[in-house]
Design a protein around this ligand. Structure first.
Ligand SMILES: Nc1ncnc2c1ncn2[C@@H]1O[C@H](COP(=O)(O)OP(=O)(O)OP(=O)(O)O)[C@@H](O)[C@H]1O
Ligand SMILES: [Mg+2]
Length: 310
């Protein structure tokens, strides 16, 4: 569905200065995949999406999207995709329902189908009661939901979502993701999204691509990334030195820290190591727990920075 080779974008910022926003990204995304692109502010996520959706031209490299080259055949690419940009939005005095129906018609749906899709989306994204409202009168989160509805109205086979859930309250985030999951199941859509909510990426995506400074620095399933890069942590309280001696022998034990009241370490398999530690250290252990890694731990391990701080 997507194939890029050495995709690169430089922006001129002065007569002699430029920003290397994207530095040679090569990616293959298969039909039906849901891929989350993660990275700190300025990593190059939006720039990459804008190249893939034909809004800007690459400086170098190639991209084939839905079977067409983005530079040679941008119109054909556009017809096959949906795009919800970061913070762009409908900003005029149309009414919400009309806006959605018109967008559907632009994408070639007939009148009845456009109305059906618009109604379905208004319902799914909790906008049904706002159908007669003017677009400019919506709150930030309501506008964002309308942006997403517009990107979905023609049920594209390939959907790009740039931070679709930013600015939504928890209830509406959940609604959005369940609607996307349902459309994906029904239509077999391919979805590429960015988000700064790592828990969303973890639960929604079976593949995570981490971008930093315009380059891909990791590309795997959330579980693999967590297992490879972060590992489980084991925390125990009790007699620290005695616990440490036992913990050091656990499979894959590393980063062992000993404190007066206990220990902390990384192990390859936390749920297996926990009972082993408790059994071996029976007299010395007071409490013990396993902490499974999060994608934030992965990001920290990859870049030395926290995704949010970064
Ligand atoms: N039109 C432009 N002109 C100059 N520099 C740009 C332009 N667009 C983006 N950049 C720069 O390119 C880099 C990548 O920006 P991009 O918007 O792709 O980041 P991002 O990963 O989407 O970040 P965020 O998480 O903040 O959305 C940044 O340093 C940004 O300042
Ligand atoms: Mg961005």
């Amino acid at each position: 569905m997507i194939r890029t080779r050495g995709l690169t974008k430089d922006f001129a910022t002065g007569r002699k200065t430029k920003v290397h926003a994207v530095r040679g990204i090569s990616l293959d995304i298969e039909p039906g995949e849901l891929v989350a692109v993660l990275g700190p502010n300025g990593a190059g996520k939006t720039t990459t999406m804008r190249m893939l959706t034909t809004l800007i031209q690459p400086t170098a490299g190639t991209a084939v999207v839905a079977g067409h080259d983005v530079v040679e055949e941008p119109q054909r690419v556009r017809r096959r995709i949906g795009y919800v940009g970061q913070g762009n939005g409908a900003a005029h005095t149309q009414r919400v329902g009309d806006e959605l129906r018109v967008q559907g018609r632009i994408y070639g749906l007939d009148r009845r189908e456009a109305k059906r899709r618009a109604d379905e989306l208004l319902e799914a994204l909790d906008l049904a009661e706002l159908g007669e409202r003017k677009v400019t009168d919506l709150s930030g989160g309501q506008q964002r939901r309308l942006d997403v509805a517009i990107g979905l109205v023609h049920a594209p086979e390939l959907l790009f979502l740039d931070e679709p859930s930013t600015g939504l309250d928890p209830q509406n985030r959940a609604n959005l993701w369940s609607h996307i999951a349902r459309m994906r199941a029904e239509l077999g859509m391919t979805i590429v999204l960015t988000t700064h909510y790592l828990d969303e990426a973890d639960s929604m995506a079976e593949r995570v691509v981490v971008v930093d400074h315009g380059e891909v620095i990791a590309d795997d399933s959330p579980d693999q990334l967590k297992a490879k890069l972060a590992g489980d942590r084991l925390l125990a309280t009790g007699d620290g030195p005695a616990l440490a001696a036992i913990a050091a022998e656990l499979p894959g034990a590393r980063d062992l820290a000993v404190r007066p009241g206990g220990i902390e370490l990384r192990v390859s398999d936390g749920p297996a190591a926990l009972p082993e530690l408790i059994t071996a250290a029976a007299g010395s252990v007071r409490t013990a727990e396993v902490r499974r890694p999060t994608l934030d731990d992965v990001f920290l391990a990859l870049t030395g920075r926290n995704l949010r701080d970064a």
